[in-house]
Ligand binder design. Structure first.
Ligand SMILES: Nc1ncnc2c1ncn2[C@@H]1O[C@H](COP(=O)(O)OP(=O)(O)OP(=O)(O)O)[C@@H](O)[C@H]1O
Ligand SMILES: Nc1nc2c(ncn2[C@@H]2O[C@H](COP(=O)(O)O)[C@@H](O)[C@H]2O)c(=O)[nH]1
Length: 213
């Protein structure tokens, strides 16, 4: 049995604010973090790998997974379906591994309500400005002008959910944001790890107090 169940670490942001970039950096910082590879019905971008970036599935398969309860959460985002497969997440947290999610606000809310018995740590990434958000989507060079326009139109809808998260970070300088994320994750791990021992310690202090007074 692991000392504690794994944490569920959620990153959300409007499209293009930088969460996939940050998630990749966190994964190379700590190999014990497990990235939750989502299933999606959208087509793969050039260079995206099946099973690494996403599981690219048909609408029919996605609907079947939803019906069979195979997804921990799912949402319709920018005209496509996205969802987090339940099995790998359950396996990882049971083994004491923390899981990192790159999902939208709808998925974040569903995971926070799910009865997995694990702590969630939710972090919202804001862009420094809307002009910079658009610049990042364009400079990523992977979406058509139409797709970028659609994502920009939806950006406020995502941003408006910022206050439902434990932490909010403005991703201006990438390295600074990465360091902030590491600090938050380290602190949460420490908080959760010390909880069971803390209760014993407070009981011990109470006994000592009662003996002495
Ligand atoms: N702090 C930053 N400064 C400048 N460019 C950045 C920064 N963070 C990310 N980028 C760049 O912005 C672009 C979008 O980043 P990324 O793909 O990580 O966004 P995302 O939030 O995951 O988007 P989506 O929700 O569409 O998947 C990428 O080209 C990335 O290199
Ligand atoms: N609710 C969920 N949202 C997800 C999931 N996987 C990704 N996403 C979000 O979708 C948008 C678009 O992603 P893109 O890869 O097409 O740019 C972005 O906000 C992701 O965070 C998921 O499993 N569930």
């Amino acid at each position: 049995m692991p000392e504690r169940r794994g944490l569920l670490v959620i990153l959300s942001s409007p499209s293009g604010a930088g969460k996939s970039t940050l998630a990749r950096r966190l994964m190379s910082w700590d190999a014990s973090l497990k990235f939750s590879v989502s299933a999606t019905t959208r087509v793969a971008r050039p260079g995206e790998l099946e099973g690494q970036d996403y599981y690219f599935v048909s609408e029919e398969k996605f609907r079947r997974w939803v019906k069979d309860g195979e997804l921990l959460e799912h949402a319709h985002v920018f005209g496509n379906n996205y969802g987090s497969p339940r099995g790998p997440v359950q396996e990882a947290i049971d083994a004491g591994r923390d899981v990192l999610f790159d999902i939208d606000w709808q998925g974040a809310q569903q995971i926070q309500k799910s009865a997995l018995g694990s702590h969630t740590l939710s972090i919202f990434i804001l862009p420094p400005s809307i002009v910079e958000l658009r610049r990042r989507l364009i400079s990523r060079g992977q979406d058509t002008a139409d797709t970028i326009a659609k994502r920009m139109r939806k950006s406020w809808d995502e941003i408006s959910h910022w206050d439902g998260y434990d932490y909010v970070i403005v991703n201006d300088d990438l390295t600074e944001t990465e360091e902030k994320l590491k600090t938050i994750i380290r602190a949460e791990r420490m908080r959760v790890a010390q909880q069971p021992r803390l209760l014993d310690h407070v009981r011990k202090l109470q006994n000592e107090f009662e003996d002495l007074t």
